[in-house]
Design a protein around this ligand. Sequence first.
Ligand SMILES: N[C@@H](CCC(=O)N[C@@H](CS)C(=O)NCC(=O)O)C(=O)O
Length: 221
Amino acid sequence: MDRLTLIIGDKNLSSWSLRPWLAMKQAAISFTERKIFLDRPETKAEIAGYSPSGRVPCLIDGDLAIWDSLSILEYLADQFPGKHLWPADAQARAIARSVAAEMHSGFADLRNLWPMNFAREGMRHRPVGLDRDIGRISEIWETARRDYGETAKGGGPFLFGDFSIADAMYAPVVSRFATYGPVKLPPRAAQWCDMLRALPAMREWGAGAKEETETSPAGSD
Ligand SMILES: N[C@@H](CCC(=O)N[C@@H](CS)C(=O)NCC(=O)O)C(=O)O
């Protein structure tokens, strides 16, 4: 039996759940997945059985329940230092933490107007009010790749070179761009976006999302 259990919501809808799930898959941290479907009569009671905040994701490690995507990711970074979930370089790590926190606390317009609907692509839906968030996200991806990713030791394709929590935090945005876009991105940002979308773990999550939408109709985030 796995030491860790990750409680998640629907793969099609739960953008916050995708973040730690993807990080654990990418880092090959073994865990048991327990899915609770959102927006159902039994949802609140089921989540309350695990998560003090009444929200998912929630990570269970023995008697300990850790809720909130970013604190779960921080806990994983603490528990598995050999997985290097933050960049090794102190400056890169500070910027990676800044962009992860910016995602966690910001981009309300993007989250409201473009709720994650992972299984759907090519809707070409662009309501007004998104330009600022999209512009800032493009800038974050482009400058992270230019200033850190491309110059990092090992030269990995992720925002800061090797996979980090920053990549996990922006993964649902990649899905949103595919659902509602296309979104025109500067070259490095576009390359990162395509690379992330093609990761086997993203495809695995997508297959789960598709299965959900084939068995029950899509709701909202
Ligand atoms: N800040 C939280 C947000 C978590 C959140 O809003 N989760 C949604 C699903 S994506 C949820 O649990 N909704 C269920 C509900 O509110 O009843 C995090 O980063 O984990």
